[in-house]
Design a protein around this ligand. Sequence first.
Ligand SMILES: Cc1ncc(COP(=O)(O)O)c(C=O)c1O
Length: 369
Amino acid sequence: MSFGIDDLPVRDELRGKSPYGAPQLDVPVRLNTNENPYPLPEPLVERIAERVREAARHLNRYPDRDAVELRTRLAEYLTKTAGHPVGVENVWAANGSNEVIQQLLQTFGGPGRTAIGFEPSYSMHGLIARGTGTGWISGPRNEDFTIDLAAARKAIAEHRPDVVFVTTPNNPTGNAVPAETVLALHDAAQSAKPSMVVVDEAYVEFSHGDSLLPLLDGRPNLVISRTMSKAFGAAGLRLGYLAAHPAVVDAVQLVRLPYHLSAVTQATALAALEHTDTLLKYVEQLKAERDRLVAELRALGYDVTESDANFVQFGRFEDSHAVWRRILDRGVLVRDNGVPGWLRVTAGTPAENDAFLDAVRELKKEQGS
Ligand SMILES: Cc1ncc(COP(=O)(O)O)c(C=O)c1O
């Protein structure tokens, strides 16, 4: 018998669990992890090389622990794109928004505390809660994947969570959450007890609507979490950030590892931020492709959830995993998120999306699925 995890004295709540991760299969068309399909443009690659070369000259030293230059540039980006003034004191950065979320849960969650999310949603919120010893509460959604506000208010009043997650646009469903709903959840949470509301805006650049950043005004318990993994096409960089009241930025520094953001990461992110305008042009192309996927899937007779993200949820299938497999057999990898009856496809290049649409068209012809 081989020695395994459960033979080690691991924490009870980790026993029998599997690590997070979409299958990384080597197929021609990969539309399963909501990545941006466009490689970084060559002038940006050159600029990254330049910036990293300069950073390499100082790698004998620890990096700027507070990443001040990077946070300043991120604040400028937010101010420009969300039309709401944000300063360096409002911004914090870490290795992907997953680390931002981890730091938030280490700060505001933890043993004896709870967090709530409205599922199906980004499963890492629950997994990071578990990893930080925070109790996880799965809140409800309506049939159409909008947040059931009455039920959400009830769950908040009953459980009095310390952290409330709202993902907008939501992953894996794609729909955005209206500002009024976020405000109602925020107010419900505060009336239960002072608690943090984390709005995960990983996909907001792809949205038809605006960022909820202006809601930060006068709401020190609200946090907006963002990433460079999607709109900036830099998932490999691992750079996430948050905007919030300066007190939140001070608070997360109580749990961050010293020098958590390497000098190479900071240099690369700074180079990418110099090319924001070019990168956001790809976002426009992806939004158009996302809208095309929605229209064509609907024309084929599929149910499609309204999407404000760079992916589309479609269904309904009696056996979504079997359909996932049949699409894969045609060389296209989409995502089975375990939402019964539904699958999710990331908007790729026009050619990748054509390959996906051809695959589902064939399925329709074969079996009327
Ligand atoms: C809603 C949501 N938040 C956060 C993340 C994590 O992003 P990052 O790459 O910045 O850790 C993802 C990634 O898929 C996501 O879907």
